[in-house]
Design a protein. Structure first.
Length: 252
């Protein structure tokens, strides 16, 4: 019986989600015994061609070369999993989608004619079929390990559909929004972090992206009630997952 192959790919990103995999340490050694790591340039310069049983993709698609490469990776991958906010929503770099890319090029680069880029930063799912998405900035190591274990034994990954609010209740954390009027995106944010920020007495800022059925229209008046200006509300929704939060708010 052949050993499953695992490939890890980087596009426009900070490498934080790949580092989450490396930070698994002991679990990574166990994983390495169950798969053949075909390519993972963050950890090794070794490279093995496809096809691949599982591909983990970090980062957004920002250049024509990226677009070509993600299509090649999709063709070579049995299962493709995008990891992190850049790969699921375009990331911080998607803030440029709301501006004029030509203006940016003229200001930042002395010779913008040498720069080849797309007008927008988009997740791989805008270009190819994606099988599973792990959200977060960075992703949660437990969720990553559970997903890989599930795929290796042929089980569907257990990806939570609840909100950060539900995680707070499960952990017995007092609601910072209700009890202390601290602005918090927990009611509209996808679970997966274990309510990390509220457990540290601060509001959630949405790094895991919008929940499956968020109600931003109901939350925004509460954020304003707790002292946020309209500009601050716009900014808090315009960070790691700007394209997904904006799409959800526009739908309402």
């Amino acid at each position: 019986m052949s050993v499953p192959s695992l490939a890890v790919w980087k596009f426009a990103s900070c490498d934080g989600c790949q580092l989450t995999l490396l930070d698994c340490e002991d679990e990574l050694l166990t994983l390495a015994g169950e798969v053949r790591i075909a390519t993972f340039l963050e950890a090794s310069s070794a490279f093995t061609g496809g096809p691949y049983d599982i591909s983990l993709v970090e980062g957004s698609i920002t250049t024509p070369a990226d677009e070509r490469r993600i299509r090649e990776i999709r063709e070579q991958s049995k299962i493709l999993v995008t990891i992190g906010a850049c790969a699921t929503a375009g990331g911080i770099q998607a803030l440029r989608n709301m501006s004029d890319i030509d203006e940016y090029l003229s200001v930042v680069y002395a010779q913008p004619g040498y720069i080849e880029t797309l007008a927008t930063s988009t997740p791989p799912a805008a270009h190819v079929r994606v099988d599973y998405q792990l959200q977060g900035c960075p992703i949660d190591r437990g969720q990553l390990l559970d997903t890989l274990a599930a795929l290796l034994i042929g089980r569907k990954p257990r990806l939570p559909a609840k909100t950060v609010c539900a995680e707070c209740k499960l952990r017995g954390i007092t609601c910072v929004l209700v009890a202390e009027s601290i602005p918090c995106l927990g009611p509209v944010t996808h679970a997966g972090c274990g309510a990390l920020c509220p457990s540290c007495h601060r509001g959630c800022y949405g790094c895991f992206g919008p929940a499956a059925t968020p109600n931003s229209a109901a939350l925004i008046p509460l954020l304003r009630r707790d002292g946020m200006t309209d500009g601050e509300v716009d900014r808090v929704f315009s960070t790691f997952n700007v394209t997904r939060f904006d799409a959800e708010r526009n739908d309402r």
